[in-house]
Design a protein around this ligand. Structure first.
Ligand SMILES: C[S@@+](CC[C@H](N)C(=O)[O-])C[C@H]1O[C@@H](n2cnc3c(N)ncnc32)[C@H](O)[C@@H]1O
Length: 281
């Protein structure tokens, strides 16, 4: 493809993406051009056009290009799984600190999807043992693939297929875990989302009960039981609900409950320390 053709295809696509309401037109154009308009391939323009048309239908960019960058890892993704968000890397940075996760400690990544948080933590802290817990079969396929793909830069990573709403799902980890982290489904059906999330990500990855907090409530109970005294919990949640999440954590089991911002400056990450005493709920 000549430079002139590339330029005109890009300019036409810019207008279409802008009209479709895509928010990062230049960033998406760069990714689509790199993936689909590589010089020298005769069908490049047709493939680029098809990709732009999908993006105009608000299919997530990751589903179109088949991968998403997350905290230094290129993760394979596709339709049927949640595309990791760069904003969640703030949670990983907190989790990877040795004040949060001691040397050679153990961590659970609940609702791990394609493995973003768990694998990124393992890359930053290969001394730790990380277990990724996920329910969905399609996610588990991607999770296993991503784990194998990045094996050379990871520490010990295990995958535990489990439904967190089932009794006894984390019985193997009771009272021994140094860190529990989760980016679970947390959106209430009343919240209006962009089509990338409301239409094209799996519903079970986005919504959780009438107020969005059903799975977070369950994770608070599970984390209280799984963590050792002094262990840490980190939760990603809706930017409108930090107070509700902190309230769920108040009680005998957690202390030092704090909310901080993700990389976009939104108050979406709440962390807490397991008390040295107290119940499991
Ligand atoms: C918002 S996505 C997050 C994925 C990943 N943690 C990330 O940050 O990219 C939530 C994930 O929770 C999983 N999930 C939903 N309900 C679950 C349950 N009851 N037990 C285990 N995983 C569940 C979904 O399949 C989905 O992969």
């Amino acid at each position: 493809m000549t430079q002139e053709l590339t330029r005109s295809a890009r300019e036409a696509a810019r207008t279409r993406l802008t009209d479709a309401g895509v928010w990062d037109v230049e960033g998406d154009l760069d990714a689509l051009q790199e993936r689909f308009l590589a010089p020298g391939t005769p069908t490049a323009t047709a493939r680029f056009e098809a990709a732009v048309a999908e993006r105009c239908r608000r299919i997530p960019l990751g589903h179109i290009i088949g991968s998403a960058s997350f905290d230094g890892l290129e993760l394979v993704v596709g339709s049927g799984v949640f595309v990791p968000r760069h904003e969640s890397t703030a949670l990983v940075a907190w989790a990877a600190d040795e004040k949060t996760l001691p040397y050679e400690g153990t961590a659970l990544d609940l609702c791990s999807g394609v493995g973003a948080l768990g694998l990124a933590l393992s890359r930053r802290r290969p001394d730790a043992a990380v277990t990724c817990v996920e329910l969905d079969d399609t996610c588990l396929q991607y999770l296993n693939r991503n784990t194998a793909r990045h094996q050379a830069v990871l520490g010990r990573v295990s995958v535990h297929a489990a439904d967190l709403t089932e009794p006894g799902c984390l019985d193997a980890y009771l009272g021994t875990t140094d860190l529990v982290m989760a980016n679970p489904p947390y959106v209430s059906p009343d919240v209006r989302l962009l089509p990338e999330w409301s239409e094209h990500q799996p519903r079970a990855a986005v919504y959780s009960g009438a107020d969005g907090l059903d799975l977070i409530r369950r994770i608070v109970v599970l984390a209280a039981a799984a963590l050792r005294p002094g262990g840490h919990l980190a939760l990603e949640h809706d930017r409108a609900q930090p107070e509700q999440v902190r309230e769920l954590l108040r009680g005998d089991s957690f202390e030092e409950i704090t909310t901080f911002t993700d990389t976009a400056g939104e108050p979406r990450i709440t962390v807490a320390r397991r008390t040295d005493h107290g119940g499991t709920g």
